[in-house]
Design a protein around this ligand. Structure first.
Ligand code: ACO
Ligand code: OAA
Length: 394
């Protein structure tokens, strides 16, 4: 009997030096640093540098990364034109997927030999920084377009998180809000072999290019069992409406065997290491916007669900209401995750390229027994193939 590992649960498929998720100690390390320490002390640009290079940047290295990032912040005309071709009702994850495809096709134009598309590590690092720089304008434009607003020009005097807010809202961002966004970007940046990162590594393993891997990862992240859960959390909170409705709502939802979005995790079974840091950021926003009702609903649902099911919140649970308080459209939440996770994805793409093996698992066939097309008469070539030793797996 073949031992099938459905969903690859519990299976180690490779090494990584980028991050360590430890459910036993409930910890997450990026290149050895606890993520909580990074969120409390670093700008997101420094964490991006850490993920790509393996160490925190010196002042000069950070200044150089920031200079490149600021030089590539603009919304490229061909990207804007491609987004404008999409219906305004298109999901922004589809806009971003399209935008990255356009950037990839533009940047790799002229490469006529598929063997050259994969790029050198240095080229892929440059491509990664440019995508990292470009994404805030793309995410922000999606939200502004849905609101009938023109894009705003990026600001060279603002760091990454402040500029993201500026591009979205066109207003001087408040430092409390900038701090919360910076922390959320750091917390979302990287999480070992999660589904979207693994998708990026599968695509990379075929020697395809970085953009194709990122486009595929965006598709994987969109699903509500993964990144789409931060959007889904808000739908649930809106459906419940008020803390007083939690108990009857949960009775009904659990009676219908609904999954409660923002709870549960494939690896962490005793709570997500990132939640306390993001909950603290949410609390800062709740105080800033004076919205104790948000805390009441959040905490009541958490308390009730955990006491009934013993399943804890994941990072999407505090991130959803935090982004909502800031004023991001609910549809923009998962795109914000993309803007952050681009750092982790691209670090993994480069790591996969450095020690590549084609990722191709096996499946146990459970379809119909061999049968034949009526009237088919095997020719000599087919008979010769049939004579080869049998392969056991599909
Ligand atoms: C950033 C991120 O991507 S974090 C994940 C974001 N996703 C979500 O928040 C979606 C909701 N959560 C889930 O669907 C799951 O917890 C997952 C997919 C994240 C992880 O799940 P897995 O490890 O595959 O466990 P699985 O889905 O099999 O759940 C195990 C049991 O717990 C239950 N369960 C797990 N999560 C939930 C939930 N959120 N609500 C209700 N029940 C749940 C399942 O129904 C299942 O019950 P059963 O054994 O009676 O059938
Ligand atoms: O690790 C996972 O399976 C999902 C997750 O939390 C992430 O990608 O941040």
């Amino acid at each position: 009997m073949t031992d099938i590992k459905k969903g690859l649960a519990g299976v180690y498929v490779d090494y990584t030096a980028i991050s360590k998720v430890n459910p036993e100690t409930n910890s997450l390390l990026y290149r050895g640093y606890p993520v909580q320490e990074l969120a409390a002390t670093q700008p997101f640009e420094a964490v991006a540098y850490l993920l790509w290079h393996g160490g925190l940047p010196t002042d000069d290295e950070l200044a150089a990364l920031r200079a490149t990032e600021r030089a590539h912040r603009g919304l490229a005309p061909e990207v804007k034109a491609a987004i404008d071709l999409l219906p305004t009702g298109a999901h922004p994850m589809d806009e971003i997927r399209t935008a990255v495809s356009v950037i990839g096709a533009t940047e790799t134009a002229g490469i006529t030999n598929v063997l050259d598309a994969v790029g050198t590590p240095a080229e892929n690092l440059e491509r990664s920084v440019r995508l990292f720089a470009a994404l805030p304008a793309i995410v922000a434009y999606g939200q502004r377009r849905r609101r009938g607003l023109d894009p705003v020009e990026p600001r060279d005097d603002l760091d990454y998180s402040a500029n993201l807010l500026w591009l979205t809202f066109g207003e001087e961002p408040d430092p409390v809000v900038v701090d919360a966004v910076n922390r959320s970007m750091i917390l979302y940046a990287e999480h070992s072999f999660n589904a979207s990162t693994f998708t990026a590594r599968v695509v990379t393993s075929t020697l395809s290019d970085l953009y194709s891997a990122v486009v595929a990862a965006i598709g994987a992240l969109k699903g509500p069992l993964h990144g789409g859960a931060n959007e889904a959390v808000l739908h649930i909170l809106n459906e419940i409406g008020d803390a007083a409705n939690v108990v009857p709502w949960l009775d009904e939802a659990l009676g219908q065997k609904r999954k409660i979005m923002g709870f549960g995790h494939r690896v962490y079974k005793r709570g997500d290491s990132r939640v306390p840091t993001m909950k603290a950021a949410l609390d800062m926003l709740i105080a800033h916007y004076d919205r104790p009702d948000v805390a009441e609903l959040y905490e009541t649902l958490e308390r009730e669900f955990v006491s009934r099911k013993g399943i804890y919140p994941n990072l999407d649970y505090p991130s959803g209401p935090a982004y909502n308080l800031i004023g991001f459209d609910v549809l923009t939440f998962t795109p914000l995750f993309v803007a952050s996770r681009i750092t982790g994805w691209t670090a993994h793409i480069i790591e996969q390229q450095s020690a590549n093996a084609l990722i191709r698992p096996l499946s146990e066939y459970n379809g119909p027994d061999e049968r034949h097309v009526p009237g088919y008469v095997a020719d000599a070539a087919a008979l010769a193939v049939a004579d080869r030793p049998e392969e056991s797996a599909g």
